[in-house]
Design a protein around this ligand. Structure first.
Ligand code: HAM
Length: 435
């Protein structure tokens, strides 16, 4: 490898993606786009840069502190987007409020977070996204969960699961105990990091009654795939908390409906699960595929965000799969990236005299939608053929003087090591048959 001087080296946490890496990422992106089509999500794009204040409003402490922020030449405080839900809420208010509801918007974008580089954590990464705007019904929550599951299934995952909770239940409980929204978010940040004891200690510090502490402790310990039993326990715990019970009812409806769309056995209910982002108001979830420990995607319901940014009160729910992590997990679980076969032809002129014919043949192949690359290194036929096999071309077309006199070329199948002398028209017909 050639050493690039440190002065011009790659930034820490940033990645160069090789052609094979991009091919894998594109494969996952193409599956996300397939789901846009299947579920009716219209793809949009927003600017990479937004006002820091917009991105920071409800992103949560962690992300807020890890944004790439700077002042532009016009003196505005701007940042590279760390995620897309806030930009999509702004986009909706600026462009689409008059459209009939619901709106189903999709995106595939790069995001930036100054995270500590580690396994599955990069400073620039790719997110897909599905945002369903305008419906508060549990069917829409379930649609988003179904999409999260379906993407992984279609890519070939089989042992994945979705960790799920309803932050509305917990918020209502904390509200009842007089805990401010800011303090609620401090508790969720601790829970998000798995610091259950610290979260309970903070609750105590904030003056929660001992009865409430008991309820919280019991509630946070309830988790499992067998959620019907868990829900009975939770209902008992919430008996005196009317608003929390209303949110709980919504959670039960979502879980009930999820059985209708292939999610049975895939949902791991965990009442101590929280997410760092602060805009969630209802169901929240993350997708996992053991033994890969990092989340492959996350989402939830955010009914107040659009209103916070100045729009009409508009409920919404969404999901963002982490595309780099999905690639990482597929590699780790040895799930094949199914590439469609297509003919890739290497056109080789045997000498100087037939170069112009070779240029013309490559041009003609492409005009028939056949992928063709021309030998441009002046190699001997033998070396050009060995290059073509190494580079996994499916065919070579050898352009020789003798054959040209009869209007023919040599079509060599590099996968089967057989060759035929045929006219170019015949070669095109044979290659197109495989398309
Ligand atoms: P998030 O959980 O912060 O949610 O990110 C979604 C996914 O992006 C994560 O589960 C992970 O796969 C991937 N991801 C996050 N940070 C990194 C990183 N540093 N390196 C590699 N991958 C990463 C959101 O961003 C919300 N906007 C999701 C949402 C959509 N909620 C509602 N709608």
């Amino acid at each position: 490898m050639i050493q690039v001087s440190k002065k011009y080296g790659k930034l820490r946490g940033m990645r160069d993606l090789l052609p094979e890496d991009v091919a894998k990422l594109n494969y996952v992106k193409s599956m996300v786009r397939k789901l846009f089509q299947l579920y009716g999500y219209k793809e949009i794009l927003t600017p990479t840069l937004e006002l820091f204040s917009l991105l920071a409003a409800k992103s949560g402490k962690d992300i807020r502190q890890r944004m790439y922020v700077f002042t532009d030449l016009g003196g505005r405080r701007v940042a590279l987007r760390p995620e897309m839900t806030a930009p999509v809420a702004r986009f909706y208010i600026n462009n689409m409020t008059s459209y009939p509801k619901p709106l189903r918007l999709g995106y595939i974008v790069n995001c930036f977070r100054y995270d500590e580089p580690q396994y599955g954590r990069y400073r620039e990464f790719w997110q897909g996204g599905f945002e369903l705007i305008g419906s508060k019904e549990p069917e829409s929550d379930v649609e988003i969960l179904e999409i999260a599951d379906s993407l992984l299934k279609r890519l070939g995952f089989s042992n994945h699961y979705i960790k799920i909770n309803h932050i509305g239940v917990i918020r209502e409980l904390l509200e009842y105990e007089g805990i401010s929204e800011d303090d609620q978010n401090r508790i969720f940040t601790l829970l998000d990091k798995g610091k259950l004891m610290d979260a309970l200690n903070l609750l105590k510090e904030l003056g929660a009654s001992s009865r409430f502490m008991e309820t919280a402790k019991s509630l946070f310990s309830l988790k499992g795939f067998n959620y019907n039993e868990i829900l009975i326990e939770v209902e008992k715990l919430l008996i005196d908390y009317e608003d929390a019970l209303t949110a709980f009812e919504n959670f039960k409806q979502i879980l009930d409906l999820s059985e209708k769309c292939g999610l049975t056995g895939r949902l791991f209910v965990d009442f101590s699960f929280a997410r760092g982002l602060e805009y969630y108001t209802g169901m929240i979830f993350e997708a996992y595929a053991p033994p890969v420990r990092v989340a492959l995607g996350g989402g939830g319901r955010y009914d107040k965000l659009i209103e916070l940014f100045g729009g009409e009160p508009t409920p919404a729910v969404g999901y963002s799969p982490g595309l780099d992590r999905i690639v990482l997990a597929m590699d780790e679980l040895k799930i094949p990236f199914k590439q469609e076969w297509y003919a890739r032809v290497f056109v080789i002129p045997v000498n100087e005299k037939v170069k112009s014919e070779a240029v013309e043949i490559a041009y003609k192949l492409r005009s028939f939608d056949i992928s063709a690359e021309l030998e441009v290194m002046n190699r001997s036929l033998k070396r050009a053929l060995s290059y073509a096999s190494n580079m996994k071309f499916t065919h070579a077309i050898i352009v020789g003087e003798k054959e040209l006199l009869k209007g023919e070329i040599v079509l060599r199948n590099l996968e089967r090591n057989v060759q035929y002398v045929v006219t170019l028209e015949e070669a095109i017909r044979l290659l197109r048959e495989k398309l």
